[in-house]
Ligand binder design. Structure first.
Ligand SMILES: C[S@@+](CC[C@H](N)C(=O)[O-])C[C@H]1O[C@@H](n2cnc3c(N)ncnc32)[C@H](O)[C@@H]1O
Length: 317
């Protein structure tokens, strides 16, 4: 049984909200897909532009967004639907069923509600079960990764997804510790990380467990794989002139989006040394604006979680 979650005013603050609305530019009669519904902050602002005439399809893999969707549904005259699932799978299913959209939003990562609820195990600040699944029915928890992956895999995860300097030392300490007792809680992992790194690093930039927790979260939820798979499905759903906006919070995610837009804009897939194009592929998206949009200093001051946000938008040609 899921804990009951009542929406409050202090829940997730939508990041780059004005920019998202301006660039997705919804109009009455259009269909919008918010593939990362969360608390529905972006969805509410986008749906308001439909002026009661249009449709908003919401997707989230976390079933605890249901009360937020109910609040959103009651506050809009637009047609709405909430689809539970991993967005790449749901977008592929929608595309296969011929559903078309005028605007699609992916606001990646976790919500404040997920981070702030200790029982979800995303936070290094409180002792809780080592879980980190965005979808609590998912197969693999953070405890499974920490207890089952071999030392090399762990070091690779911490290094690649967390840019953790002491990845190897931490992986080694984890393997030693789990030989005596498998990890069950976030607190046990935090203690192991702290003990594995040199004392000065414990007091360096941010919490010493921050990077490892981020890396585990990305691994447990296959966050990069989901973005890779979602972009072509989203593009397929877009009508000509349709807009796709992606907000990422991690350089690896942003790189996937940037590369995807660049390739779609280029069209041709011939090797660079071919004198003429033989593939015949045409550009499919235009990056608008050219560069990633970043939050203003004022937004970061109001909402520090916006700090690393990057928004990229592609318009279907
Ligand atoms: C940053 S929050 C979105 C917040 C939302 N834009 C708002 O204004 O409230 C990200 C949400 O997307 C969901 N999410 C992340 N990755 C997902 C995926 N691959 N498939 C489905 N939902 C995902 C998370 O469960 C979370 O609720």
């Amino acid at each position: 049984m899921l804990p009951s979650v009542l929406p409050t005013e202090t829940d997730h603050v939508p990041v780059l909200a004005d920019e998202v609305v301006a660039l997705l530019d919804p109009h009455p009669g259009e269909t919008i897909v918010d593939a990362t519904f969360g608390a529905g902050g972006h969805a509410g602002l986008l749906a308001a532009r439909l002026r009661g005439d249009g449709k908003l399809i919401a997707i989230d893999r976390d079933p605890t967004v249901a009360p937020f969707f109910e609040r959103f549904r009651r506050g809009t005259a637009a047609k709405t639907r909430l689809l539970h699932g991993e967005f790449s799978t749901v977008l592929e299913q929608l595309a296969d069923n011929g559903v078309k959209a005028d605007a699609i939003l992916l606001d990646l990562g976790v919500s404040s509600m997920q981070l702030d609820r200790p029982e979800r195990g995303f936070s290094y600040a409180v002792d809780a079960p080592l879980d980190m699944r965005m979808d609590p029915s998912g197969d693999v928890t953070a405890a499974d990764v920490v207890n089952d992956a071999d030392e090399r895999e762990l070091a690779d995860i911490f290094h690649r997804y967390g840019e953790e300097r002491y990845a190897r030392q931490i992986a080694k300490a984890i393997v030693r510790r789990r030989g005596k007792h498998p990890f069950e809680t976030t607190g046990e992992l935090v203690e192991t990380i702290k003990a594995a790194i040199p004392a000065p690093a414990r007091f360096g930039e941010g919490h010493p467990a921050k990077r490892v927790f981020q890396a585990l979260r990305i691994e447990v939820n296959d966050e990069l794989g989901a973005v890779e798979r979602a972009l072509p499905a989203a593009e397929e759903m877009l009508r000509p002139g349709g807009r796709l906006a992606v907000i990422s919070f991690h350089s690896l995610e942003d790189r996937i989006v940037k590369r995807y837009l660049r390739n779609a804009e280029h069209g041709c897939t011939c090797p660079p040394d071919f004198p003429i194009c033989t593939c015949g592929s045409q550009p499919t998206l235009r990056a608008t604006p050219r560069r990633a949009v970043r939050p203003s200093a004022a937004e970061v001051a109001r909402n520090p979680r916006a700090q690393s946000a990057r928004l990229r938008v592609g318009v279907k040609v």
